[in-house]
Design a protein around this ligand. Sequence first.
Ligand SMILES: *Cc1c(COP(=O)(O)O)cnc(C)c1O
Length: 495
Amino acid sequence: MDIEQFRKAGYQAIDNICDYFYSLGDKPLVSPVEPGYLSKLVPSSAPDAGEDFDQISDDFKELILPGITPWQHPSFFAYFPTSCTFEGILGDLYSSSVSNPGFNWSASPACTELEVIVMDWAAKLFGLSPAFYNTSEVGGGVIQTTASDSVLVAVVAARSRYQKAHPNTRIEELVVYTTTQTHALGKKAALILGLQIRVLEVSSDDEFGLRGDNLRSSLEKDKQAGLKPFIFIATVGSTSSGAIDNLQEIGQTLDNYPNIWLHVDAAWAGVALSCPEYREPLRLADINEYATSFCTNFHKWGLVNFDCSGFWVRDRKLLTEALDVTPLYLRTKEGDAGTVIDYRNWQLPLGRRFRALKVWFVLRSYGVSGFQKHIRECIDKNKTFIGLVINSKYFKLVTEPSLALTVFRLLPGKESTQAQTTERLNELNQIFFDLISSRKDLMLTKTSLNGEVCIRFVVGSSRTTLDHVIRAYNILEEEANKALQLWAEPHEVAV
Ligand SMILES: *Cc1c(COP(=O)(O)O)cnc(C)c1O
């Protein structure tokens, strides 16, 4: 393809993308394809001779789109929000056009310098302490691919710091601390690094957030057993229910353990810190006082297309001391002089994408007020949903709703609930969830809290209107009625 052919195909691609967005609301939320569908349609080897691009482009529409779940659909209330803004798409496009691995400052100065700047913009947007700003020259922010990568970097750096402070530590003694509500990224990091993991229980009385006493007693027990906890992965806004660990109590407890790293994972909820009214409930003051590192994903609720995970540390040296390997061919005079940031030393891989561009585009186009408006509107729509659930004769909130997330379950009338076992109620909610899942016009996910099967409802798309929320609620009532009838009949279900 030459430049003029690209011009033509590029205009065509943008037209196709616009058509996709115009028709998004009419698409089925569940892709109709069966596993292996694509291998029946696409040859098993690359073509010998090059093909016509019109044909290739048509095949995206014909073969690929049917197998795409439309996460940007206005009736997508599942998992967590996944941002996709036109500003972000254009940022990715320009970034591709100057494709380069940006590992050192000198590899492309603008890539590093823009990231340094937008990560400070973001730190200010979220109210993070100036200690986390890149301009502090001590702490700083970097864009990682995902929250899982952010946590892996934190665990590697925390381990390195611990081992430097306690040189005789054996790897088998090291323990990663999490709770039952920590995202699976904790387990994954421990698995990758071959480390033990401690999973602390949390209680529904504390809205599934960890308390300081629980952490303290476990740390003491482990210490007596000769084990070496070295990082606690705390959560602000758990995936299941939006649970928030008690960071003040945790921070005070960890004050007695100066070599235990406190990582705060706020992957989906953290962007709500952009609104001052959510800073107290999301424990911003404690994050600023106690966190060694903090992570929130722009690519979830933060208007920037996947992938883009914001990661901040209080002390950048903790990263570079753990991750800096500088063979001769990567040495530069700017790097040696220490006048620039070489982001390759703040992450696991060498090369990196130019993601700062899409953050820059989004933050400039929306402005702080536009970003806040997006967050507030999603939360307001969820408030309407919460109102409907509270006044409903079918549903009950399982835990206090969190921002744009509501966790609820179906109950067989308020009086008869007591008489039912947990198993029977789980059966009912499983039947209910199966009925919802078989619909093509909305999507929700389920979770389990304290052994209870529950349904999650999350608002996150800027395309979701109040009408979509009310329509979704009405569908849920309709399916609840059916579920109650099926449940009352003798049947078998797998929970
Ligand atoms: C979604 C989520 C993650 C995982 O995010 P990735 O960026 O996909 O790794 C981690 N923690 C929480 C609380 C999440 O909601």
